[in-house]
Ligand binder design. Structure first.
Ligand SMILES: NC(=O)c1ccc[n+]([C@@H]2O[C@H](COP(=O)([O-])OP(=O)(O)OC[C@H]3O[C@@H](n4cnc5c(N)ncnc54)[C@H](O)[C@@H]3O)[C@@H](O)[C@H]2O)c1
Length: 383
């Protein structure tokens, strides 16, 4: 069993999810590689006890990420820090010769993303990917197989999105994800957009242009100290893109919604693929179901609902009929990262992490969406 020794930079929400996946690596009996956490870095030391109490392998805890990068024991880094730090931290990690899993949006804006991609190009021996866990849900893996086999026929339309209601409560205090300085001009698109783009980009559905309508529904929030402060980030974004299907060269509409204020939606990630031969839809509200409509001329149009179990891309010890959850998708995503790092290619086209080139496509799209909102016009994304 090969061991890849990891450092974590950013021990918040996502840093802990990674650590928890490492702790139950024994769920994946066929893996010939495993991660070990040897070093952690966080701005505040308050995050350290949970990690060191649960992971005896951690030998370095520091508040200075450059100390972690100087540690020769660290082979790879998971970096999960606010967006304003992505460019500096990601480039320093790559220059230090460590493999990296970064977080979306992979740079606070297009200029930062361009700089990260230039750095990656200058260090070809370093394996770099961006996280996105939802496509690893078994129902989505099945739907992705259908894309790969061209089962939809001519595509009529695609709708994807990630919508939640965390910001419905207008009394919720502001945090870094609601401040342009830390989260970026993209607002909800930077936070949620990569999740809605990963599968379409992997399918090769490239947007040619976009018309975007962005909303700032709650322009002020409490600062947690008794005052109200401006909340300038976009809460909701609806994008209408013209895409080209590489299989037949024909255009089709792709709508993408990223919303933080979506009444009734706790945390819903969805994909609808509507084709001339077949249609399929998935919503993480019903994580273990996929709906498929298989149409034959002259026959009834009937949606089938298929229950999925634990049919994962990377074999798991969990019984085949048992339900799948969020932390399972994180575990599968990390299996994909380590598999590709050590085997040189993904186990399957759609069981793979986001590539740096795919993050660059998302930045082109979101930058064009900002321009579209400003000019109230359709903006090209393929130049
Ligand atoms: N893949 C997903 O589903 C998903 C979900 C949520 C967030 N994210 C992404 O993960 C990243 C982090 O988000 P989060 O929700 O974990 O945020 P978080 O605020 O919970 O954690 C960020 C951590 O970074 C630390 N940090 C800040 N500045 C630092 C510095 N200078 N040096 C070291 N540590 C520093 C903070 O102390 C904090 O613990 C973001 O890019 C976000 O977009 C991804």
């Amino acid at each position: 069993m090969q061991v890849v020794r990891f450092g974590i930079i950013g021990c918040g929400l996502m840093g802990r999810e990674f650590a928890s996946a490492v702790a139950r690596w024994c769920h994946l009996p066929d893996m010939d590689v495993r991660p070990e956490i040897v070093a952690i870095c966080n701005r505040s030391e308050k995050a350290f006890p949970w990690f060191v109490d649960n992971f005896a392998s951690i030998r370095q805890s520091t508040t200075d990420y450059k100390e972690l990068l100087a540690n020769p024991e660290v082979d790879a880094v998971y970096c999960a820090v606010p967006h304003n730090l992505h460019q500096q931290f990601y480039c320093d990690i790559i220059i230090a010769g460590k493999h990296m899993m970064g977080e979306k949006p992979f740079g606070i804006d297009k200029a930062a993303n361009d700089a990260i991609l230039d750095c990656i190009k200058a260090h070809p021996g370093i394996f770099v990917r961006c996280s996105s866990e939802f496509p690893f849900i078994p129902a989505m893996q099945r739907l992705c197989n259908m894309i790969e086999q061209g089962e939809f026929g001519e595509i009529i339309e695609v709708n994807t999105g990630f919508v939640h209601s965390s910001d419905m409560d207008t009394s919720k205090p502001i945090n870094w994800k609601r401040m342009i300085k830390f989260n970026g001009e993209y607002g909800c698109m930077g936070d949620l957009g990569m999740h809605a783009c990963h599968v379409p980009f992997r399918a090769g559905w490239m947007p040619k242009n976009v018309r975007a309508i962005l909303s700032n529904l709650v322009p002020e929030r409490p600062d947690g100290k008794g005052e109200m402060v401006p909340c300038e980030t976009w809460d909701n974004a609806t994008l209408l893109c013209e895409c080209i299907n590489p299989l037949d060269g024909k255009p089709f509409p792709w709508t993408m919604k990223t919303q933080r204020i979506a009444p009734g939606e706790k945390d819903s990630w969805y994909m609808d693929f509507i084709g001339m031969k077949k249609c399929a839809r998935f919503n993480s509200k019903n994580t273990n179901s996929i709906e498929i409509l298989d149409y034959t001329n002259g026959e009834e149009q009937a949606w089938q609902v298929i229950d999925m179990g634990h049919e994962t891309a990377f074999k798991s010890i969990t019984g085949g009929i048992f339900e799948f959850g969020f932390s399972d998708s994180i575990l599968q995503m990390w299996a994909a990262y380590l598999y590709e790092l050590t085997h040189g290619k993904p186990i399957k086209k759609f069981a793979a992490c986001v590539t740096p080139e795919e993050t660059a496509l998302s930045h082109k799209l979101f930058t064009a969406a900002l321009e579209s909102q400003k000019t109230k016009t359709t903006v090209k994304t393929d130049e």
